[in-house]
Design a protein. Sequence first.
Length: 182
Amino acid sequence: MKQARSILNLVVAATLTFTSTGAFAQDMDALLQQLADPANDRWQRVQRQILRDWEDSGSAALDYIFQRGKAALESGDAETAVDHFTFVLERAPDFAQAWAARANAYYLANRLGQALSDIQQALRLNPHQFNALAGLGAIFEQLDQPDQALAAYHASLTINPHQEAVIDAVSRLALASRGTAL
């Protein structure tokens, strides 16, 4: 009887996990559709919800370390941020937001190769990661590859057309390309 109850608990847990994951995917798809609408005047709320969901590793302890990495990044300590994000990724290698965050820290530490590698991993895990696409554009721009930068920026804006810094980067690159075509 006790073994049957254990099996039943596992089945219920698996069913709830499948249902919530399916619901999560549907909810995320709906949120991404709302974010992609340039006329959506509530886009900031939608973006915050998406980022909040993406920043949930599934572990409160890892979420805490992730937040410490973000705080280190915001204070300008890229190396400490890299250490925190690396700690998280060693324990949660499928956490796309941690890959994107560490890529940002590597970028700020001028470690472009490592930043590029982490962005690629973040995008493998979450192709809707608009911040990673914007970061990819910034790396290509720094490497003086404006066509690739524009492609990455446009891909980011397709997902989230409300990114002022990305819109400015596209305008800057478009202006520069017009200025050189004489």
